[in-house]
Structures are given as C-alpha cells and as structure tokens.
Design a protein around this ligand. Structure first.
Ligand code: FPP
Length: 236
C-alpha cells in the first residue's frame, strides 16, 4: 500500500510532505553580535512564512523540527526564549491555520511542558482536527523515542507480533504521508534523530543558508532539486 502510494508520487513528482530542520538561528545572531534568542525570534517569523508559502504552492503537509529532546541541554534563558516564542505562536496559530484549513499536530512527548501550554496544544489539535491539510510541529521530539513510544503502545494493546504498518500507525505522525523531502538549513549534513522511521525513502536537501535567512526562493530551489531527482524506492 505504502509502496504503491510512493511510486505514484514518484511519477507525479508532486511533493505531498516537506519537512524542515530549522538550523542556524544561533549562528545567524552571533554573526550580528546579537543574543542567540534574537535568532530564534527571527527564526519563528521565518517558520510562519515558510509554512504559509508551502501551502501557497500546494504542499499539503509540512513538518518542522522546533525543539528536540536534546535541546533541553541549552542554557535556561535560551530555552525560556524558545518557549515564549512557542506560546506566542500557539496564541495566533489557530486563526491562520483554520483560515487555511490546516490541521496542527504536535510530534513528541508533551509531558515536560507547563500544564497551560499542554492544554493549549491539546485544544489546537482538537479544534483543527477536521482540517484537511497538515502542519506537524516537532516539540520535545526525538525519532528513536518516537519509535519506542509506538512499540510501547503496541505492547500495551497486547500485540505479540508487529508489522511495519503497525509501527507506522502508532507514530506521532499518525496518518500523515511519509516525507518526500527533508530540508536542513545551517550547513550541517545530518538527520539528528528527526523522523527516523519516516525518512527511509525521503530525499535529503542540505543548504548552508541559516534558517533566519531562509526565503521563499530557497523553498523553490529545494523543490526544483527534488524534481530533478529520480526516486526509485529500491526498484530500478
Ligand atoms: C536551531 O538553531 C533551532 C532551534 C533549536 C529552535 C528552533 C526554534 C524556532 C525556529 C522558533 C520557535 C519555534 C516555534 C514553533 C515558534 P540553533 O539554535 O541550533 O542554531 P545554531 O546551530 O546556529 O546554534
């Protein structure tokens, strides 16, 4: 079923799902002699614009890596700044996303977040659940932890033998299509525990552009590169 969907996709070369590792906020700020927090603030604006632009060009599922399970190791003031930006985002996200018919799903373990934030996240997920397009926000997310979470759910449900489809259906991404293209900004060329299961056949695109400098034209370049590639999914 999965492979059929993916080979149909290959013929059409349409991107159904694009994912972003938004890297380089800190370096962008440092280069300007500004605190790292300022890089995140500009990064949050770029995140908003990028999601809207992907929708404008017909990509119906977007995933962003906003905060990893490893990001808790950062200094307290930087974590607080990211949380504040996140809360501000949650406040106005609903309106924009409802207008655009986009459902928001948070990937990751919500439990370490303050109760009011968890409540806000759950409300947004519930209120937007009937929308047809999709934005996944990976928040306190790790790809390996997500697979372990899926398997633990299967064990709790009494499974003794599992299939790939069972695991897929218990990931945080649930019914989202597999990512066709994963874009990482900021010059590093690695996946960093992002969508470990889902990225098995994803095209990877790395750019030196730092996330706060990332523009619509950079999205266009990544999409153009994707269209030049020939995805075979293990076939010939
Ligand atoms: C990576 O850059 C970025 C992050 C760890 C945080 C991303 C957060 C945002 C874009 C804004 C807040 C999020 C939401 C959902 C509104 P880095 O700090 O690792 O940069 P560096 O590699 O240059 O140090």
């Amino acid at each position: 079923m999965l492979m059929q969907t993916e080979s149909k996709m290959q013929r059409e070369k349409d991107i159904r799902h694009i994912a972003f590792i938004m890297d380089g906020n800190g370096r962008w700020a440092k280069k300007r002699g500004l605190p790292r927090e300022y890089g995140h603030k500009v990064g949050a604006d770029v995140f908003r614009k990028t999601v809207e632009y992907c929708d404008d060009i017909g990509i119906h599922c977007v995933t962003v890596y906003a905060f990893s399970t490893e990001n808790w190791k950062r200094p307290g003031h930087e974590i607080s700044a990211i949380m504040l930006l996140f809360k501000q985002y949650l406040k106005d996200a609903v309106k924009t996303m409802m207008k655009r018919d986009i459902r928001i799903v948070f990937l990751g373990d919500k439990s370490p977040f303050p109760k009011d934030v968890v409540k806000q996240m759950e409300e947004i997920e519930r209120d937007s659940s009937q929308n047809t397009k999709r934005l996944n926000i990976a928040m306190n997310y790790g790809g390996r932890a997500e697979i372990v979470h899926a398997v633990n759910e299967l064990i709790a449900q009494g499974y003794e033998k599992i299939t790939e489809e069972d695991v897929t259906n218990h990931l945080y991404t649930l019914d989202a299509p597999m990512p066709d293209l994963i874009v990482r900004t900021g010059g590093e060329q690695r996946i960093s525990n992002f969508l470990m299961w889902q990225s098995a056949y994803s095209e990877l695109y790395f750019t030196d552009v730092l996330w706060p400098d990332f523009t619509e034209s950079d999205v266009d370049q990544a999409v153009a590169e994707y269209k030049r590639r020939n995805r075979r999914f293990g076939g010939i």
